[in-house]
Design a binder for this molecule. Structure first.
Ligand SMILES: *Cc1c(COP(=O)(O)O)cnc(C)c1O
Ligand code: SF4
Length: 353
């Protein structure tokens, strides 16, 4: 059977009916600047959810990407300033990012690493991988290794399994985390071999699935996630708050419920990083705070993501939900509930004099 191809040019997107023919020319400049790939699993889904729908917005290039806002920057979260060697980003003492490849199965139009990801980014050379693993082995403070990129699950199961097996030999590494969009972009690639590769260790392995809209969780995607969960891999989610994709209470509530029902524990809801050409996706922080506050009143505690801002420039990630505690005029602690009503929280008796 002839495989349906991954679409990587505006002309191919037009031929598949995902954009108008008349837009293809204008989008050449976008595709020349930022990688494009729409794998087969997403073609039907994008058509089914509409040209202006939540899937099209995330994966189909737009001329709006050519607008770079003044606050946007090529290295939004300061990866470069924390890269001691190729393939490693080490910002927090106890955990490192290991980036074995810059390629992804799909290129998100809002990607925070869009200046470096892409098919030409290539995979880490054998020598660079050796050096990166030697750095991890020589740094006892590293408790957790986070495979990201790019998308580590585009590696062949053999290469992925080798990396996992080599991390397994480093005693101080106790947790391996893999951040990926492959279960959504190409669920057919989550095979028994992929699962076996991730299981070449006795360490705890967490898979962080990047998912921004409930429509991404098709039956095939949920089956791929179930293959991972059934093998004993813990699943967590990462979502990005995106204008026109999930910037409503209903969209977020549906997404978090769908994730939880697929055995994926909602982990982070990211404030969009300041990557170039993404301002049309950005939701102001106060709007994000109001949405996240309202979720608390609607969803189980298990389904609550932490709303996170990666401080531009590389100062790290911080939670940015509205604080629930405040003080009244008399200095008493006031706690607000999800509906906005305020309640006095009494101090311990011994503190009252
Ligand atoms: C995001 C990130 C991590 C992981 O942060 P968590 O809060 O543990 O999910 C680790 N290192 C770097 C450099 C990061 O950007
Ligand atoms: S999968 Fe992740 S790294 Fe790849 S394009 Fe999307 S956001 Fe960027």
């Amino acid at each position: 059977m002839d495989a349906v191809p991954t679409l990587t040019t505006p002309e191919a997107l037009a031929a598949a009916g995902l954009i108008d023919d008349t837009h293809a020319t204008a989008l050449r400049a976008v595709a020349a600047r930022y990688a494009v790939a729409v794998p087969p699993a997403l073609h039907h889904l994008i058509r089914a959810t509409g040209r202006d729908g939540p899937l099209a917005k995330q994966f189909v290039p737009s001329a709006l990407e050519l607008i770079t806002a003044p606050e946007e920057r090529s290295d939004p979260i300061g990866d470069h300033t924390h890269a001691p060697l190729r393939g490693i980003v080490h910002r927090y003492p106890d955990r490192v990012l290991l980036l074995p490849t810059h390629a992804c199965a799909v290129y998100c139009r809002f990607c925070f690493r869009r200046e470096v990801v892409g098919p030409e980014g290539g995979t880490l050379s054998a020598a660079d991988l050796d050096n990166a693993l030697a750095y991890i082995a020589a740094t006892p403070a590293i408790f957790e290794v986070i495979l990201t990129g790019g998308d580590p699950l585009v590696l062949s199961p053999r290469r992925l399994g080798e990396i996992v097996a080599r991390l397994d030999t480093i005693p101080h590494v106790q947790v391996i985390r893999v951040h990926t969009r492959v279960p959504i972009a190409a669920p057919e690639r989550i095979t028994a071999e992929t699962v076996a590769a991730l299981k070449r260790t006795t360490k705890a392995v967490y898979v962080g699935v990047h998912c921004n809209h409930a429509a991404e969780l098709t039956a095939e995607v949920r089956a791929a996630c179930a293959r991972l969960a059934d093998a004993g891999l813990a699943l967590i989610s990462q979502s990005v708050l995106l204008r026109g994709v999930n910037d409503s209470l209903e969209a977020l509530e549906t997404l978090m419920r769908a994730l939880l029902a697929a055995r994926i524990k909602p982990y982070y809801l990211h404030q969009l990083d300041l990557a170039p050409g993404t301002s049309h996706f950005r939701v102001p922080l106060d709007e994000g705070q109001a949405l996240v506050k309202a979720l608390r009143g609607r969803l189980s505690g298990l389904a609550q993501p932490t709303y996170i801002l990666d401080i531009p420039g590389g100062a790290g990630k911080v939670p940015v939900a509205t604080p629930w505690l405040g003080q009244d005029a008399d200095g008493r602690t006031v706690v607000s509930d999800p509906s906005g009503r305020e309640h006095i929280y009494p101090p311990p008796a011994s503190a009252e004099t």
